[in-house]
Design a binder for this molecule. Structure first.
Ligand code: MN
Length: 443
């Protein structure tokens, strides 16, 4: 793959000579960090360029962009492998650096692509590919490796580091990897990171400053210490106390792992937190801020931090709303092996998926329980399904449920979602309940 990247880089430099470059990237952390790497690289080459960040490569977007390909060189990062149908009669070559699934039969000479599925299947994210591309343009671009690490963590590729990712890790100056509790931020006072722990949900502690104080008093850890400052003994006391609150046994593995810390904007930062911050800004509609943040723009940093704080507060208050449904208009239907939360306008459609993921990791429900969240988005309803641990195929269940509602289901076995028209609200819930109950009987 490294050789192929070298070759692609050469072609890119030849073809793009005195032409302007158009970068199109995905709106998640991996896509944003990919775009940031591209911006820095193109600036250093003194090239003219423009950027577009998109949620999906929809047909009209692709058509618009392909029109530009007469004048500009298109480069897609962290997307486009699934859109090869649109690239069947290209007049000009396009470039793709992506790791999503690909239909090899649709490739042709005008598509200049690097995708790990075409090689040794080694795992690498869009930002990783963009970084290797940048590095093969100039060794000076080695300082962009931290962005690739942020993309890698954003796409959760850190639990099993591939050989090629290891190269990027070695390139990253000031990167600290330390085993510990997977709670971020590891570089901020524990009293804060525990209260806003949205990745590892701790019953009675997440969202409760009193709960946090109790937990820290019990373990004898000063509240202003950070996770990365703890010694081994303190770390293990904290892990035990948290596990006691998360009633499931044998799940130590899921809350312990490698912490990644690096210097960013002149501060030691937890990469998981950076990744969630970038993702939150971008998904809430501020991909320009997320991108400027990645480029270490001081102004954007302030705005991004503010968006992120609000986002975390929204998550925590949404969890509370679901716990206290008696006091609001949320409908909670508890069935045999499933829970349906119809949050209506009480929870934003942009965060309902994340909220359901947090509940699924909260250990309040038995393994295999299906959690369905619903939130209004104007005249539509966003539906997000998650399972607690391992369970039934959610994509199939949703597909069966929406058969009569003209909706497309996205996702996979453990996490799926769809958008339905609001007028089907009641019918959808009825049909969903039926399907969930039938499934229970089958088992
Ligand atoms: Mn990606």
């Amino acid at each position: 793959m490294l050789q192929a990247i070298e070759n692609l880089t050469k072609e890119f430099l030849e073809i793009s000579n005195n032409k302007s470059v158009r970068v199109i990237s995905h709106h998640d952390t991996d896509g944003i960090t990919s775009a940031a790497i591209m911006i820095k690289t193109l600036k250093r080459l003194d090239k003219k360029f423009s950027i577009r960040i998109v949620k999906n490569l929809e047909e009209d977007i692709l058509k618009e962009e392909l029109k530009r390909s007469e004048r500009e060189i298109l480069i897609f990062t962290d997307l486009a492998s699934g859109s090869l149908d649109y690239f069947q009669d290209l007049k000009n070559p396009i470039f793709i650096l992506d790791h999503h699934e690909i239909n090899k039969e649709k490739l042709n000479n005008q598509i200049k692509i690097i995708n790990p599925h075409l090689f040794d299947e080694e795992e690498i994210c869009g930002a990783g590919l963009s970084y290797l591309f940048a590095k093969s343009i100039s060794k000076d671009n080695i300082d962009l490796a931290p962005l690739a690490i942020m993309g890698m963590i954003g796409d959760r590729l850190e639990s099993n580091i591939s050989k090629i990712n290891n190269i990027i890790i070695k390139d990253t100056k000031d990167l600290i990897i330390k085993k510990g509790l997977l709670i971020f931020s590891a570089t901020r006072p524990l009293k804060r990171s525990l209260e806003y722990s949205t990745s590892t949900y701790i019953p009675g502690v997440t969202g409760s400053s009193i709960g946090v104080t109790e937990l820290l008093r019990e373990t004898g850890i000063p509240p202003d210490k950070t996770l990365c400052d703890l010694n081994d003994e303190e770390m293990s006391r904290l892990v035990t106390a948290i596990m006691l609150r998360r009633t499931k046994q044998n799940e130590k593995d899921s809350i312990i792992g490698n912490l990644y810390m690096l210097k960013f904007l002149n501060r030691k930062e937890d990469v998981r937190e950076l990744s969630v911050l970038i993702n939150a800004c971008s998904r809430l509609g501020y991909s320009d801020i997320a991108l400027a943040f990645c480029l270490e723009n001081k102004e954007a940093e302030k705005t991004a931090q503010n968006i992120y704080i609000k986002y975390k507060q929204q998550l925590i208050s949404s969890l509370k709303l679901i716990e206290e449904v008696e006091q609001n208009s949320i409908e909670k239907l508890i069935g045999n092996g499933f829970v349906i939360v119809n949050a209506k306008d009480e929870i934003k459609d942009t965060i309902i998926g994340t909220v359901m993921s947090m509940i699924s990791s909260s250990m309040n429900y038995e393994e295999g329980t299906i959690l369905i969240g619903m939130a209004y988005n104007q005249d539509k309803i966003k539906v997000s399904a998650r399972t607690v641990g391992k369970g039934r195929n959610l994509k199939e269940i949703l597909e069966k449920t929406v058969m009569n509602f003209e909706a497309e289901v996205g996702g996979h076995h453990n996490a799926a979602g769809c958008l339905i028209k609001k007028e089907y609200e009641k019918e959808f819930i009825d049909s969903l309940r039926k399907n969930l109950e039938i499934e229970v009987v089958k088992i």
